[in-house]
Ligand binder design. Sequence first.
Ligand SMILES: NC(=O)C1=CN([C@@H]2O[C@H](COP(=O)(O)OP(=O)(O)OC[C@H]3O[C@@H](n4cnc5c(N)ncnc54)[C@H](O)[C@@H]3O)[C@@H](O)[C@H]2O)C=CC1
Ligand SMILES: CC(C)(CO)C(=O)C(=O)O
Length: 290
Amino acid sequence: MTVMVFGAGALGSLIGALILKSGQDVVFIARGEQYRVLKERGLKISGLMDEEFEVEVYDRPVDADLVFLTVKAYDTEKAAELLRDVSFDGICSLQNGVGNEDILSGYFSAVVGGVTTYGANLKEPGHVVYAGEGMTFLGDWKGNAAHNFADVMEKAGMNVEVVGDIGKRIWEKAAINAVINPLTAICRVRNGKIVEIPQIWTIAKKIAGECEAILGRMGFHVDVENVARDVALRTSENRSSMLQDVEKGKRTEVEFINGAFVRKGRELGIDAIYNEMMVNLVRGMELGMD
Ligand SMILES: NC(=O)C1=CN([C@@H]2O[C@H](COP(=O)(O)OP(=O)(O)OC[C@H]3O[C@@H](n4cnc5c(N)ncnc54)[C@H](O)[C@@H]3O)[C@@H](O)[C@H]2O)C=CC1
Ligand SMILES: CC(C)(CO)C(=O)C(=O)O
């Protein structure tokens, strides 16, 4: 059994390292400086684990049995096109945002949706910080490969559960990210500050209200304001992934988070003007960066 991690950045490298450590075969797909360093010096993981790994790394996909997809959401379509040229039995997205599984379902017959709260940061090429042990929920989107991916993760000692409502969980996580991420990125604050600073929290509540109305119409009943508030306070010292992207001058996933609510709102006839404002402000910041 060979597991491919397509997109060996922060999360992919961590997942790959944990699977490799358990004695399973892993191939890492990376690009740029990350590819070069992984090939020449291997992978270093620090933080909750302190280990170095010699890794089998390629800059394009190769045949494998199972594929974990860990590229950013805006790279999913391109990844799917590249993966079309190799053979594998199933692909599992562990990405944030909405729409990845639908894109993959247009290409492949066994697609698994995933939501993970494991935390990883890329300190420098080839060096990933394992920042938080979390939980991963997997569910079949197309076909029935979820249990195969869960077995691999379980063997690697990871916390994982196969669920029947992965669509709801993906949208729920997107709602939490829609409330926290753009505001932390625009205001340049840590997660807890969006609750502490009334001027920010007023806007957060509006975003949460729109997300809740849209999810409700989809049949997903979630108290978005309270759930997002709890997550922001539990992770109060975190710099959200969107804030980190903006600080590094990188593109964000805002179009797959708040943008997903704007598109779904339009479809359902529900206004999502605060989500739309977040998309426009964050995209504006990205496009204005030199
Ligand atoms: N980092 C984390 O703790 C968590 C991340 N996520 C989600 O997981 C996904 C990945 O996040 P990160 O690992 O933080 O991002 P990242 O940017 O560190 O990793 C993505 C990697 O994929 C590589 N990649 C993209 N296209 C490629 C291609 N065609 N060939 C080879 N490599 C390619 C990129 O070069 C990059 O190294 C995102 O959707 C994120 O929201 C979800 C939960 C936690
Ligand atoms: C939950 C949260 C907001 C934690 O920082 C996150 O998922 C992110 O930063 O993308």
